[in-house]
Design a protein around this ligand. Structure first.
Ligand SMILES: Cc1cc2nc3c(=O)[nH]c(=O)nc-3n(C[C@H](O)[C@H](O)[C@H](O)COP(=O)(O)OP(=O)(O)OC[C@H]3O[C@@H](n4cnc5c(N)ncnc54)[C@H](O)[C@@H]3O)c2cc1C
Length: 454
């Protein structure tokens, strides 16, 4: 038996690293610990499971523990939680929740893929059973249970749902419950939903949600919860279920207690090879930091895209290879019914915070040639650029799909290539009437941003 790698966490950040390490080192003894009941699942698919578009919870599982054992030779231990990491002794203390016993595992290498958990502000009533977050498949299974057999606190079923927070998970969950016929309210203390967009772009999302029949209360701070209601400074909102969508906090306690450096957002600090401050410990995914490709700063970005890429890098290094992770742009995309929303790079506020003197240009256009009538969905593109140089800093898109928001990938590519806005405006982009106007809205916004930057 070769050296032992202990992987903590059985989802993307953990298992993609374990699989990558296995590909390079067939002799590595890989033990994976997962405290929950599922491995390698798509948390991104949870809103579509709740909304009924995905029929079975199992459809979200990419690789079962059995597949990981058989195909990758990974010793996957379910319901086993790493509770302490002793770097000096080279041992991890493990609690087996199924068997109710604790044991120790020796290691040569450790990889942390412990993920994150929904933020739970210390408000009165936050621990009431009808208040919950959504992160893991276990959370999704519990929520589905409440929907299929009415919970004790709502014996006539879940009809009124309050989503606290207006981020993309909150929005996707809101749409899911609208699909189920529930009355949905979103409460957020930000001026508009989707605070990763500038408020002028977020306002279009807020308006679209209201058009769907969702009550959106912006600028409203939740002060607490009581059985059957969410309290704000000026309202008592009846609720059978509350979903917390206030963002996530990294599960970094294990690393912190072991003395590893923590960085942005309290996440585990890693270098470009995904190595933590301890030579034998690596980390990937929602538990760790990244470097922002535009600002160059350490950031905390919890996205599945990032988790998978970081995990491949960590796994390659753990398996004896050499790989590095370039960084993130915070590229994200979501949709609420036919409204598509995307962002990448820095918005105006982030650009200012990063020390850029920034300008912005917004254009209103259509997804296809306007003369195609109903096929031409309205879309808005905002491009942020550096004053003077015209360097592209970021973009945001809100539009009626299909095909509006996925254009953000063009901007992400241009940002990675460090293009300026004139270069983006001159790109040889594909055109035919069913796909875009002759000048793509992104190119027009880039040209206007270049003009504003001069
Ligand atoms: C509802 C929802 C929708 C999303 N949609 C998108 C999307 O559309 N696009 C996108 O890019 N991202 C999306 N994400 C984010 C994406 O799912 C996460 O970034 C990704 O799951 C992170 O993977 P991870 O393995 O780092 O963490 P997690 O998925 O949180 O997994 C961590 C695992 O580690 C286990 N664990 C933690 N601590 C221990 C311990 N001490 N011992 C043993 N096991 C432990 C946990 O039980 C968990 O299974 C979404 C997330 C949610 C919740």
């Amino acid at each position: 038996m070769g050296r032992r790698l202990v992987v903590v966490g059985g989802d993307a950040g953990g298992m993609a690293a374990a699989a990558a390490a296995r590909r390079l080192d067939p002799d590595l003894d890989i033990v994976a610990l997962e405290r929950g009941r599922w491995t390698s699942y798509s948390a991104c698919g949870i809103p579509y499971l709740i909304g009924g578009e995905v029929k079975r919870l199992e459809d979200l599982v990419v690789r079962t523990p059995q597949e990981l054992r058989q195909r990758y030779g990974i010793d996957v231990r379910m319901r086993c939680e790493a509770v302490a990491l002793d770097l000096d002794a080279g041992k991890v203390e493990v609690r087996n929740h199924e068997q109710n016993r604790t044991f120790h595992l020796g290691f040569d290498l450790v990889h942390l893929g412990t993920g994150a958990r929904p933020k739970r502000p210390p408000l009165p009533g936050i621990d009431l059973p009808f208040v919950g977050g959504l992160q893991t498949l276990d959370d999704a299974a519990a929520l589905l249970g409440h929907l299929t057999s009415a919970p004790s606190w709502a014996p006539s079923g879940i009809h009124r749902v309050v989503v606290v927070g207006g981020g993309y998970i909150g929005l996707e969950v809101a749409e899911a419950f609208v699909r189920r016929g529930a009355t949905v309210t979103i409460v957020t203390d930000t001026p508009e939903v989707m605070s990763t967009l500038d408020p002028d772009m977020g306002a279009h999302v807020t308006r679209a949600l209201r058009g769907l029949g969702v009550t959106v209360r912006c600028g409203a701070r939740v002060t607490g919860f009581e059985p059957g209601a969410v309290l704000t400074a000026d309202a008592r909102l009846p609720a059978d279920l509350v979903v917390l969508g206030l963002g996530v906090s990294p599960n970094a306690e294990l690393a912190g207690a072991a003395g590893l450096d923590l960085g942005a957002g309290g996440a585990v600090r890693v270098d470009r090879r995904q190595r933590t401050s301890a030579e034998v410990v690596y980390a990937a995914g929602d538990c760790c930091t990244s470097t922002h490709l535009v600002s160059g700063r350490e950031v905390y970005v919890a996205l599945g895209t990032v988790a998978n890429k970081q995990a491949r890098v960590a796994g390659a290094n753990l398996g004896g290879g050499h790989a590095s992770f370039a960084g993130v742009l915070g590229t994200a995309i979501t949709k609420v019914c036919d409204l598509e929303v995307a962002r990448t790079g820095l918005n105006e506020a982030e650009a200012a915070a990063a020390g850029f003197s920034a300008v912005a240009a917004t254009v209103e256009s259509t997804t296809t040639a306007g003369y195609l009538g109903a096929a031409a969905g309205p879309m808005r593109v905002k491009v942020v650029a550096e004053r003077g140089s015209g360097l592209l800093l970021g973009a945001q898109i809100v539009g009626r799909g299909p095909g509006a928001a996925k254009r953000i990938d063009l901007v992400a590519t241009a940002l990675t290539a460090r293009m300026d806005c004139d270069e983006v405006a001159e790109l040889d982009l594909a055109y035919a009437p069913p796909f875009s106007p002759l000048w793509d809205p992104v190119a027009i916004a880039a040209r206007k941003a270049a003009e504003a930057a001069r």
